[in-house]
Design a binder for this molecule. Sequence first.
Ligand code: HEM
Length: 397
Amino acid sequence: MASTGRLRAAKLRRVSNRDLLEDLFDYVGFGEDDRDALVAIRPFVTPAFEGIVDKFYAVITRTPRAAAVFRDGEAQIARQKVHLRGWLEGIVGGQYDAAYLELRERIGRVHVRIRLEQRFMFGAMNVIRRGLHDALSASEADAALQERGHVAIDRICDVELAIMLETYRDRYVEQQRAQERLATLGQLAASIGHELRNPLAVIATSAHLLRKKVDDAGARHVDKIARQIELGERIIGDLLALAGDRPPTREPVDLISLIEDVHDSLVVVDGVNLLLDIDPSVRTVSVDGVQMRQVLLNLLVNAVQALEAKGGGTVELRATVVDGHLEVDIQDDGPGFPEGLLERVFEPLFTTKPGGVGLGLALCARIVKKHGGTIEARAREGGGAHVRLRIPEAVAT
Ligand code: HEM
């Protein structure tokens, strides 16, 4: 059962993060012999995968705070069972290279995105570990293989857990940095924002007066100036709201009027259609109307801009009630969020939009969070972006 020859960096196809994998293998003492043992026990443990997956989800569903991360309920659990099974196959797959690490890191990022508390990972990994050990013990593998197999199972599970925890740590450091940037930004924002508002207001008034005095060609330019002023005002507004961090004041708000108001504030863009699908049973919602207007406007502006860059498309806003929670989905058939960056799009100053500042979505996330809700960026089925937000206890049932 002694591990011979470590899996060295030379085996990795890509250079990225190879030190992490190599360090982890070294740390838990995972070597060639462990890999061979895992491959050798594969036929003995694979028949137990179905049972391990079922046990895994049975344990999760018994723990309400863990089960709560499955926001889409049974359908999502069914999907995840398939993922988990694939992951188990990878454990005894014998390919522990850069692609293996990348996949594991993605899993970690998904868990961070869905706000799975780190502590649940330990119990979850134990269910898997126990399941694999039990399956091997009950199998007809000979005693020598059993011995090597048990050691290898422990080592690979340790590596898996370490990768997942590492992803949490990286994410935590990133969030800390974002907070620090935000704190500095907040101080600057309040003063610069106020200072800029006045000159912008003067320019806006002058542009308005000038508009009446110029010919058509001149009017086009004045309109351009007006649009840029609007953009500037929006950035300043976001900046001040982000820096101000006002707690929400919930009050009864008519959802249809709120959405109509947001709709009226949107700049019409040729070729971009907006579809509204509002559950007729949702009339009055309990939210901070000013803040929620800002959230919906920022999300829709983003969607419209993504489609404008693509030359047109459809934005769909769906609002409905799920167990007294207001659920809003905004989807577009534009280019979608860049893959692998879904969990970062709500960070302040993070942007993938040319000329973007990275405040709009950060502000949305801040407001939703202050309402005790959640916001998630996803890939839309069939291509495009999908943002789902949920505001708890927003509707009387
Ligand atoms: C050993 C522990 C775990 C492993 C190996 C694991 C594995 C996976 C895998 C392979 C994915 C798919 C990632 C992708 O989209 O590429 C995933 C996503 C997910 N996992 Fe886990 N998981 C673990 C623990 C947990 C726990 C404890 C929970 C809940 C309490 C959980 C909830 C979820 C959810 C909700 C998603 C994604 C949902 C979605 O995209 O719709 N996982 N996990």
